[in-house]
Design a protein. Structure first.
Ligand SMILES: [Zn+2]
Length: 482
């Protein structure tokens, strides 16, 4: 059985021998029994540190906590991007954002070239289905590749932007459970469930309002309302609710949206595991990116940077035979596809930039010491266990055409909580990052979305008019808030 190589590890020989023993004992082995059902859950805009199991003081996530209590929790998981479409493309391809054709665009490019996670499951005989809730994940993104069922019927509108369609957790979860109930039990399934709810505007269903209550942030003073959706030093226009300017109000509603999504995570996991019982089910839960709650003066927004408020996401895995544990080592979205395929006894995707975490999940290996990349439009960063080096420049904006612009570099110490300490610029990390930026290329040349789709998005107000497309700061004009 071919597996992802643990590159450069001194532990490799030991890992291999222990891992072979674990696999031979594991009923999910590809050669020995039926393949396990696989459920991938991605929750939009979910900061790891708002999950109780990750140390959040409030009770925002009883169902996710229950998963953590019986699964493997990765303390330091880094999103591949702080934008929805690029992050999900990295999850599906095991390639960093600059290595797949969606790049750092969010809604304008298609996933093209290379094999995807769903295609690999499909070719191994799995029934594949996805249930998504965010407009940039609709099938025109190319993220539907490999899914026999791709349910992207979005019938709800955002509160402040009627043309921004989405779907609430109750509806998306119901679709997923209906589909599961309709499938023959002798066929393994790969299901991707995407829940949108913690994404702003923070409008939890009535029965969840007040269950978390206003939640104090470091910023105590009322914030100004902004006319734009950028979120710098104020409340982005699309987030504004009922003329309220207190930051703790918005934080509390975010927590209640999370509590709501968490409820439906519990429902779907229980339904999935009941169906999967005879052959065993694998559940992996993560988020596409986080959300700023005042860090460096940014509020209720994502997509503008690569800092830990946006890059640190939850990553939890429940797999048959794996006992509960917490893993300290740094991991990435690009590890998700190799891990799920490995756990299902399938070969990794070619051109993978990630590693299988299966040996770590089964306690057969320690985590690796690694450098991990993350991106957004206009910025890239490299993370190690306790520091990050970020490089921002207008030249990193996807379609920048202006004059050369010197990049800004910053090295920060990061850990459980901010504010992050400024360190002297890490020269070695900067060079590594520059090499990543300069050398990364998608497997095939980027395939732009068809002009009629771009026009459609523009007509909906989702993309700026052509003449407003920024040359210097994409966050001014790009669809930063999905
Ligand atoms: Zn998102």
């Amino acid at each position: 059985m071919k597996r992802v190589d643990w590159r450069g590890s001194l532990w490799r020989p030991l890992i291999r021998s222990v891992w072979v023993i674990v696999l031979s004992l594991n009923a999910c082995s590809a050669d020995k029994g039926p393949r396990p059902d696989v459920l991938l859950i991605t929750i939009d805009t979910l900061r790891a540190d708002w999950i109780h199991a990750y140390g959040f003081e409030g009770e925002t996530t009883p169902q996710i906590d229950a998963l953590a209590a019986r699964g493997v929790l990765f303390e330091k998981a880094i999103a591949a991007a702080s934008l929805t479409a690029p992050a999900h493309a990295s999850i599906m391809t095991s390639r960093y954002a600059r290595e797949h054709s969606i790049g750092t665009f969010n809604g304008e490019t298609r996933l093209f070239g290379g094999e995807t996670l769903a295609e690999r499951f499909r070719s191994a005989g799995y029934e594949t289905a996805a249930f998504v809730s965010n407009i940039v994940l609709r099938r025109r993104s190319g993220l539907d590749r490999g899914f026999q069922t791709y349910d992207d019927e979005l019938e709800d509108s955002e509160v402040n932007r009627a043309a921004y369609f989405e779907r609430v957790a109750a509806k998306t979860a119901a679709r997923a459970m209906d589909w599961l109930a309709s499938r023959p039990r002798n066929q393994p399934v790969f299901v991707w469930l995407h829940l949108q709810d913690p994404h702003g505007p923070y409008t939890p269903p009535e029965e969840f309002e007040g269950q978390v209550g206003d939640w104090p942030l470091r910023m105590k003073r009322p914030l100004p309302f902004l006319k734009n959706n950028i979120g710098r030093a104020g409340i982005p226009a699309y987030q504004a609710l009922n003329d309220v300017r207190q930051p703790e109000f918005y934080a509390g509603r975010y927590g209640e949206e999370l509590l709501y999504a968490d409820y439906w995570v519990g429902e779907v996991v229980e339904f999935f595991e009941t169906r999967a019982a005879p052959r065993g089910g694998i559940v992996l839960l993560t988020a596409d990116h986080g959300e700023s709650m005042g860090e460096l003066g940014w509020f209720f927004q994502h997509g503008h940077a690569t800092t830990p408020d946006l890059a640190r996401v939850p990553l939890l895995v429940v797999a048959p035979g794996a006992s509960s544990s917490r893993v300290e080592s740094l991991v990435s979205h690009v590890d998700i596809a190799p891990t799920l395929l490995d756990l299902a006894g399938l070969n990794p995707l070619p051109h993978s930039s990630g590693l299988s975490l299966a040996p770590v999940i089964f306690g057969a290996a320690p985590g690796e010491s690694r450098s991990i990349f993350t991106d957004t439009d206009g910025e890239a960063a490299v993370y190690t266990a306790n520091r990050l080096t970020r490089l921002s420049s207008p030249q990193l904006v996807g379609n920048y055409s202006g004059p050369p612009h010197p990049p800004e570099v910053q090295t920060l110490e990061w850990g459980e909580e901010g504010p992050w300490k400024n360190l002297e610029n890490d020269v070695e990390a900067t060079e590594l990052l520059m090499r990543y930026i300069q050398n990364s290329a998608p497997l095939t040349s980027a395939e732009a979305m068809r002009p009629e789709h771009i026009e459609q998005l523009r007509a909906l107000g989702y993309l700026p008019p052509e003449d407003e497309r920024g040359e210097t700061d994409s966050s001014q004009s790009a669809p930063s808030s999905r």
